[in-house]
Design a protein around this ligand. Structure first.
Ligand code: NAD
Length: 353
């Protein structure tokens, strides 16, 4: 009997940082985030069929390392991601990530990718997709508080998806604001640097907070927030790390991804366990109401959920075809006889001798 042909599945497509950047330039950043937002929205519409679990977090005094798994029954995915606010001062990224898709039928991986850049895209795509459902329709001005790695991606996604064209920027470190302005000044925004968060939110219909500090921070207090705004709070995303005073949560209608995770990690960790929230997937499917009127404060307490990473990897996989922008990793041991793993190892020794 002939041995089975070597499986093509022994090689797993791998998207490096260099290749993800090439793909972004080939597709265009705005188009890529708009497309990704549509994939995320599509997966939120079929929310109920996914396996869901709060991410598995390993906390230390300086940060967190997390695994984020999910499956739609046909494809399984996970992301490894860290969050270390002190890293920036050491010349390192606060957030780094990589992720994988596998087919449920065989368990074989079908895609491995860098996800540090992809996370910035998917986070911005999620924020803007949610705002498309919750923010005032006329919103053109966004306050962008926290001008670190995520900030430009947030800005560009909000323009592509929500039509924001004016940014009021603030960071406790003025160098961060200067960096964001330098990166965005050729992108067609009106850009206003602000000395305080209070100044930044003046006249803004959307407020994005994406600061990193491992503490119960108070970037916004209740008296600062006027009627009718949409708040996109994405920086508070692990226990002991929040951005908003809890009085804002009492005044706003709060929308979340997956309550069992957000109650531990999000702004609502400050609130009682039965604090009322709406799951954003229900707004998307029409099962729950989003914005009721133009005086309502809507708040997206975004912590980042596994399905968003799954959608981003799914988008990536669909857009890699014929690009040549992936390497084939020799990652799966593939003996001719599946039961003869030992024999394969032995023969390799013979070949090496
Ligand atoms: P970063 O370290 O690159 O930037 C954070 C910025 O916040 C810095 O420029 C810092 O000076 C500024 N900052 C800190 N405290 C501030 C304050 N009190 N007022 C104003 N600015 C302040 O981090 P990043 O990669 O841009 O991430 C920002 C935050 O978003 C992090 O907390 C990260 O964990 C979180 N994040 C969330 C998601 C999600 O899905 N929700 C995804 C990615 C990152």
């Amino acid at each position: 009997m002939l041995p089975p042909a070597p499986s093509r599945r022994a090689f797993v497509p791998f998207v490096s940082v260099t290749n993800i950047m090439s793909l972004i330039h080939r597709i265009g950043l705005e188009e890529m985030m708009s497309g990704m937002a549509d994939y995320i929205e599509e997966d939120f519409r079929r929310w109920e069929l996914f396996d869901k679990t709060p991410r598995v977090a390993s906390h230390s005094e300086v940060g967190v390392i997390e695994l984020m798994p999910t499956s739609d029954g046909a494809v399984y995915g996970f992301k490894y991601v860290n969050g270390h606010p002190k890293n920036a001062a050491e010349g390192l990224q606060t957030v780094t990530a990589f992720g994988l898709l596998a087919e449920v039928d065989t368990g074989y991986p079908v895609l491995l990718s860098e996800m540090t850049v992809l996370t910035a895209l998917r986070t911005a795509a999620t924020s803007a997709m949610v705002a498309r459902h919750l923010a005032p329709g006329s919103a053109e001005t966004m306050a962008l508080i926290g001008n670190g790695a995520q900030s430009e991606f947030q800005a560009i996604a909000f323009r592509a998806i929500c039509g924001v064209n004016r940014l009021r920027l603030h960071d406790i470190d003025p160098a961060a604001t200067r960096k964001t302005i330098a990166n965005l000044e050729t992108q067609g925004f009106e850009l206003i640097a602000c000395a305080t968060a209070q100044e930044a939110i003046e006249g803004a219909q959307i407020i994005t907070t994406c600061t990193a500090d491992k503490q119960y921070a108070t970037i916004l207090t209740d008296n600062m927030v006027g009627a009718g705004v949409h708040i996109n709070a994405i920086g508070g995303d692990c226990p002991g790390k929040t951005e908003l005073h809890k009085d804002i949560l009492n005044r706003a209608d709060v929308f979340v991804e997956y309550p069992p995770q957000t109650r531990v990690e999000g702004e609502i960790q400050q609130m009682p366990d039965d604090f009322a929230v709406t799951e954003i997937w229900q707004v998307i499917t029409g099962a729950a109401q989003g914005r009721r009127d133009d005086r309502q404060i809507t708040l997206f307490d975004g912590v980042g959920f596994a399905i968003e990473d799954f959608s981003a990897l799914r988008y990536l996989r669909d857009h890699l075809t014929d690009t040549g922008l992936c390497a084939q990793l020799d990652m799966i041991a593939d003996p001719d006889d599946p039961r003869d793993l030992f024999g394969m190892v032995q023969r390799a020794h013979g070949a090496a001798a």
